[in-house]
Design a binder for this molecule. Structure first.
Ligand code: AMP
Length: 374
């Protein structure tokens, strides 16, 4: 049986393991937390930090294919292992560019991809200067380890700058011009070992407090816009080495222009609905891509699918309630990630609803979420 090693064992790792098991692979997961979301379903867990080179090597030495679910995995260690002939995808070289949001923006800019203007800043004076050049509001962002909006501060006027610095203290920062978007879109694209590329239909993502809240598939925008979004995402990933699934997040402006926000070299929250909503899920597609299998059909299984995240609302032990009522909502499927502790805004699970009518599907998704507490 061929073996896959996954660096990082959160919910993305869990859903990757589930897909890998369905395709008959043996799975090994590396994560610092024992019995985390992915380890619960994997064949084997190795407990250790995903920045620890010796632990990454321990995984790589016992599998045929290595992949990662987190950008902060130790890129140097992964790179050294590629040098030793290990099969690691996507190529760890791209992590250096992607995990620093500022470097990522400049890389995309250099490749002719439309992104918001940005500038490095190291103190309050430089932030003020950026405000004068870009205008208010703007975003003050942490360059690294900035997941789920935790690294962003919206600066509405000069007075907000001090609070922004406090919020993001001890982190290397940059300033990004505000994009007055009408919608946010995302496109997941997969590329396989033989160069085959398959794009999932563009979706709309709705964020709350900078965290992905709802995903609507397909994006309720005109066909020429989804087509442009899918073409742009396909063009962008051509600039990144290696195979696997990539997620491209973008803003749609009033003038119907697309501005790229961010690239993730991995499966992504904007693709969770594909488990029920598409013929192949983003997780299966990633496993297919990294193991040299042909890519699967990305077409829809139903006219619409809506994913809503189940975020924690309190701190403490998990206590799932309301799930028995979910059976009454036709077309709804719940995924719980198996985390033992809940925290405000922590991603604990998600629900996907599929159906024929978008308004109805959206309503069902909101209703389903409201009856669940965790
Ligand atoms: P990020 O974690 O940087 O991808 O940002 C999280 C969310 O913040 C995005 O999905 C947007 O809703 C918002 N955001 C980030 N950057 C900008 C920007 N330059 N202009 C407007 N909104 C932004």
């Amino acid at each position: 049986m061929q073996k896959i090693g996954i660096i990082g064992g959160g919910q993305l790792g869990r859903m990757l393991v589930e897909a890998a098991k369905n395709l008959g692979f043996y799975t090994v997961v590396l994560d610092p937390t024992p019995n985390g979301p992915a380890a619960q379903v994997a064949d084997k867990e190795i407990i250790g930090d995903f920045k620890d080179a010796s632990k990454i090597k321990e995984v790589a030495d016992q599998v045929d294919f290595v992949t990662f679910e987190i950008e902060s995995a130790n890129a140097d260690a992964l790179n050294d292992l590629v040098g030793e002939g290990k099969d690691i995808n996507p190529h760890p070289k791209i992590l250096e560019t992607i995990k620093d949001k500022y470097l990522q923006k400049k890389f995309l800019e250099k490749n002719g991809i439309p992104v918001a203007d940005s500038v490095e800043v190291s103190d309050e004076e430089e932030i003020k200067k950026a405000g004068t050049v870009f205008g208010y509001p703007f975003l003050l962002k942490a360059r690294k380890d900035a997941y789920d909006g935790r690294g962003n501060a919206l600066i509405k006027n000069e007075i907000d700058i001090k609070d922004g610095i406090v919020k993001l203290k001890d982190r290397t920062l940059y300033v990004e011009k505000f994009v007055p978007f009408v919608k946010e879109l995302a496109v997941v694209v997969g590329r396989s070992k033989n160069g085959e590329v398959k794009v999932f239909p563009a979706v709309e993502t709705i964020h709350k407090n900078n965290i992905c809240h709802i995903v609507i598939s397909p994006a309720p925008v005109k066909k020429d816009i989804t087509q442009k979004a899918e073409e742009l995402a396909t063009k962008i990933i051509a600039d990144f080495k290696g195979v696997g699934v990539f997620a491209v997040e973008m803003f749609l402006t009033e003038k119907n222009e697309l501005v790229i926000n961010e690239i993730a070299p991995r499966v992504h929250n904007s693709g969770h609905h594909t488990i029920e909503g598409n013929k192949t899920s983003q997780f299966e597609q990633h496993i297919r891509a990294i193991t040299g299998m042909p890519l699967g059909d990305t077409g829809h299984t139903a006219p619409f699918s809506v994913m809503i995240n189940i975020l924690g609302e309190r701190s403490g032990e998990v206590k799932l309630e309301g799930e028995e009522k979910l059976n009454e909502i036709k077309g709804a499927t719940m995924h719980i990630y198996g985390k033992s502790e809940t925290r405000p805004e922590r991603k604990m699970g998600h629900i996907t609803v599929v159906g024929d009518d978008l308004i109805e599907v959206l309503e069902k998704a909101r209703l389903a979420r409201s009856i669940i507490s965790i």
